[in-house]
Ligand binder design. Structure first.
Ligand code: PEP
Ligand code: MG
Length: 906
């Protein structure tokens, strides 16, 4: 019999923190905290395995589950001294989801399960607090009808108005009619009547009775939490975070403790260090007389936990430290204990019930990139963690934030301020404001920079938040949904900008007398919480001393080199600043696209549209000095470092002039009629250019093109050598599929090399000769390719294209359908498909080395900057990865982490 249930609590705990896969993060940590003898209300975790079985059984519980639940409940009952469903002494429980890795706000929670007509009087008698019982009941009704009766049943609400919104509106109307400011002001009688009206509304809208039996409530809640794993927003989140569908969620059923039992009760969320800056300061928010999600939902502005947490928005509110000093001290001690135990910043949830503290959750806290860096370095310096642990503490992806722009402080001095909020997500961003998640997605699709402005965000906004350059909310604290999600992604975000009066209907917002409309431009400083009008200048944030120190420690552990894909001296310099150890891909064609390339492009076009060998030779001769200068400039910047120069790759028709003016210019230069230009251009058109006349094939048909390029490379090198430099060129032939292609081009290379030695009267011109491996055939015959190639560079963009047969330029039209239908769990052009494309890479590595053990192996496709793919490259035994300049630090860190985690792979 499979064991599905694992208990935790003061008397008996079966799991621990190492069992996240089975118990989910929340369940595993509840068990760990119970083992640490922290005040954890007793409960049990239903495993993720059970969730998967539930789906295998088409939404039915495994047969043995109910009995296991009843047994576990009996154990909780005896510890809590209450009985689930007992009219005199009722136990209430919470039911919370908890996947392996935290998915903030993505899945469901139901509190106060077990309250019903039969148990309400007993609880009132026991607590002597009728208001509290009806407040708990109305919360149960609101959560349960939404999660279990509507969402889990996949009922689609009319006009998007779900039951929860309807019930919230009823409650707001009541508050307005009676002049209640806060939920806590509603009288007991009004609450009671509201609960009755809620149940009527549920019956009307959902055509079902609100369950009045504790066991039905519990089983319904458990099933709904399982189902929420496949809810729309959980699925969206998983796609973005590459979390596999097969993980499933656990369910935690736990004795309720109540933060809403009056002024000696409270609930709060805290971080053991500041999640925005990383400062070693206890940081958090709390609310008196509140329950569960109130702090996170932003319904009331939360109070600061302590002096350290006070800011301009909450400084007038009392801190826990001031209001309940003894409990604060107890919580502070727990904070210290958890940090010492986990050796990492924890995000904790606590509840105080009538002066007693309970711990409801702890997990590794999400943090900004800056905070992650500071915490890791601080903990190393404090001696809490060692270097390897420190290196593995930063998710390489979040380095992006540290390298991406901040608002230029000078521009900020004179900027027009719109509002101020809490600095929830770092860095700066500007964009046009939009008021719905759908608009954010749509506008971003048409390449607009947008800022999503919301009253507060909820998990339904996830796609819009993703698409936006930044997120701005009028309500919510540092632990609100918007803040958590944005921080997790390292996205610029400001929350709780209370001055904003947003009207989603009219798509405008007011700040005092000023009105801003959809499409107006704002700039956000997410590090300071400032919102400005218009587009401000941004500044590079790469000069961070601590970051450099961190990276140099990481570099000590790396087994692979990290190079960059760069085609200009400027890009090469940026990459050098980021720590690149060479160029892994210099795409020669790019010298015809960039700034000041008009003349070179004109000469290239002249060459392309030449008809005879003689015409082409003349055009190539004119082109030669440009090519040589470009190559020389980059080799000069990369002195003493290897530079892989790829011979011309794209099909020639890509360069054919399109405008009449350019066509006429070429016609004049070639002394032909413009009609002849049209004709020659048409002849170059191909049905499938990506598998057409491109790459090495151009050099086979027109050896003179390769000849010109190779000659330019050697002459550039010779001149640099004469000037006392040390160029290290690697000549790379693209799109090869046959070793004889390599033999063909090698003859040209050898000839140009020997000629340059003579022309410049120098003794040696060191170089390497190699090829891209980007066609499956080339990977499979890598042993033969290695007879000629001294290095392989895996061009995984084309290799992916040709392995899947997916056009890399056209996947936009169907990739989402593949992801949505879980046919693929990620876009293989972003993250390397290890199964098949990776299989070709490892085959080529093995076969290439068989022929030439010292062969140099690298990757230069986009995957070279993707952390998961970098780890694969380490395991595959590559010598280097190459990626765009801004991704160099990401690749460096990913490579260091790979070497630490998989030291036995090479
Ligand atoms: C590749 O195919 O992976 C590659 C790097 O070349 P390009 O993207 O220029 O085709
Ligand atoms: Mg390619």
């Amino acid at each position: 019999m499979t064991k599905y249930i694992y208990e935790f609590g003061p008397n008996k705990t079966e799991g621990d923190a190492s069992q996240k896969n089975l118990l989910g993060g929340k369940g595993a940590n509840l068990a760990e905290m119970a083992k640490l003898k922290l005040p954890v209300p007793p409960g049990f975790t239903i495993s993720t395995e059970c969730c998967n079985h539930y789906f295998d059984l088409n939404g039915r519980f495994p047969d043995t589950l109910e009995e296991e639940i009843l047994n576990a409940l009996a154990n909780i009952e005896s510890q809590a001294g209450m009985v689930f469903g007992d009219p005199g002494n009722p136990l209430l429980v919470s039911c919370r989801s908890g996947a392996r890795s935290s998915m903030p706000g993505m899945m469901e929670t139901i509190l106060n399960v077990g309250l019903c007509t039969a148990t309400i009087p007993g609880l009132i008698k026991k607590t002597n607090n009728e208001w509290f019982v009806y407040d708990a009941y109305r919360r149960l009704i609101m959560m349960y009808s939404d999660v279990v009766m509507e969402k889990a049943e996949q009922l689609r609400p009319k006009d998007g108005m779900g039951i929860r919104l309807n019930l919230e509106m009823m409650m707001n109307n009541l508050k307005n009619d009676k002049g209640y400011n806060n939920d806590t002001d509603i009288s007991t009688e009004d609450l009671k009547a509201l609960c009755e009206r809620f149940k009527k509304k549920i019956k009307e809208d959902l055509k079902a009775d609100f369950p009045d039996n504790p066991k039905d409530q519990l089983m319904g809640a458990i099933g709904a939490v399982f189902k929420s794993w496949n809810g729309k927003r959980a699925v969206s989140y998983r796609r973005i975070e590459h979390i596999p569908d097969t993980w499933g969620t656990a369910v935690n059923v736990q004795t309720m403790v109540f933060g809403n039992m009056g002024d000696t009760s409270a609930t709060g969320v805290a971080f053991t260090r500041d999640p925005a800056t990383g400062d070693n300061k206890f940081y958090g928010e709390w609310l008196v007389n509140a329950q569960g999600e109130d702090v996170v939902a932003g319904t009331r502005t939360p109070n600061p936990l302590n002096i350290d947490t006070k800011n301009s928005q909450n400084k007038h509110l009392p801190s826990l430290e001031e209001s309940m000093p003894q409990l604060y001290t107890q919580l502070f001690d727990i904070r210290n204990l958890l940090e010492a135990h986990y050796k990492d910043m924890q995000d904790i949830e606590f509840t105080i019930q009538e002066g007693r503290l309970y711990m409801l959750q702890c997990r590794v806290g999400k943090r900004t990139a800056t905070a992650a860096l500071n915490m890791a370095m601080d903990m190393l310096e404090e001696g809490t963690i060692d270097e390897k642990t420190m290196v593995c503490r930063l998710d390489p992806k979040i380095l992006d934030d540290m390298l991406h722009p901040i608002v230029d402080p000078n521009a900020e001095k004179t900027a027009v301020k719109v509002a101020e909020g809490l600095p929830a997500g770092p860095g700066g961003a500007w964009g046009q404001i939009v008021f719905t998640a759908e608009d954010a997605v749509q506008w971003a699709k048409s390449d607009k920079n947008v800022i999503l402005v919301r009253e507060e965000t909820n998990p339904e906004d996830i796609e819009g938040m993703r698409a936006a350059a930044a997120v701005l909310t009028a309500r919510g604290g540092m632990t609100s949904h918007a803040a958590l999600v944005a921080r997790g992604w390292g996205k610029c975000c400001i929350v709780g900008a209370g001055a904003l009066k947003i009207n989603v209907e009219t798509k405008e917002l007011r700040v005092g007398t000023r009105v801003f409309k959809e499409g107006d431009i704002f700039t956000l400083n997410g590090t300071r919480g400032m919102v400005y009008q218009g587009q401000l200048k941004m500044k590079d944030a790469s000069e961070n001393v601590r970051f450099k120190a961190f990276m140099s420690i990481a570099d000590k552990y790396r087994a692979m080199q990290v190079r960059t894909n760069a085609d200009t001296p400027a890009d090469a310099m940026t990459a050098l600043d980021f720590g690149a150890q060479g160029i892994g891909l210099f795409r020669t064609e790019h010298m015809f696209y960039g700034a000041d390339s008009d003349k070179a492009l004109f000469l290239l076009r002249k060459m392309i549209l030449s008809k005879t060998h003689e015409e082409r030779e003349i055009a190539l001769e004119e082109l030669f000095p440009f090519v040589k200068e470009e190559i020389k400039a980059t080799l000069q910047v990369m002195d003493n470092l290897p530079v892989t120069i790829r011979l011309l790759d794209p099909p020639l028709h890509e360069f054919v002039p399109q405008s009449r003016e350019n066509q006429q210019e070429i016609a004049d230069a070639l002394h032909i009629d413009i009609e002849e230009v049209f004709k020659r251009s048409e002849q170059l058109l191909e049905s499938n250019p990506m598998i057409g006349h491109r790459g090495v094939r151009l050099g086979i048909t027109y050896p003179e093109i390769s000849h010109m390029q190779v000659k330019a490379i050697f002459e550039a090198c010779a001149e640099l050598i004469k000037a006392g430099k040390n160029p290290m060129p690697e000549i790379m032939v693209p799109v090869t599929c046959n070793e004889k292609e390599l033999a063909f081009v090698r003859d040209i290379v050898t000839q140009c090399h020997d000629q340059a030695l003579k022309t410049y009267e120098i003794e040696a011109l060191p170089y390497l000769y190699g090829t891209m491996i980007e066609i499956p055939r080339a990977a499979l015959i890598a042993d033969k390719m290695a007879e000629y190639a001294q290095f392989f560079s895996f061009g995984t963009n084309d290799l992916t294209q040709m392995t899947f047969g997916f056009s890399r330029d056209d996947i936009g039209s169907f990739m989402n359908d593949y992801i949505d239908n879980a046919i693929l769990s990620f876009d293989p052009f972003e993250t390397l498909d290890q199964e098949a494309v990776g299989g070709l890479v490892t085959t080529a590595v093995e076969r290439g080395r068989r022929t030439r053990p010292e062969i140099k192996l690298g990757i230069c496709g986009e995957h070279g900057g993707d952390p998961e793919s970098v780890i694969f490259c380490h395991k595959a035994g590559l010598n280097y990865v190459s990626c765009s300049p801004y991704r160099v630090p990401i690749a460096r860190l990913a490579a260091a982490q790979a070497a630490i985690m998989y030291s036995d792979c090479r």
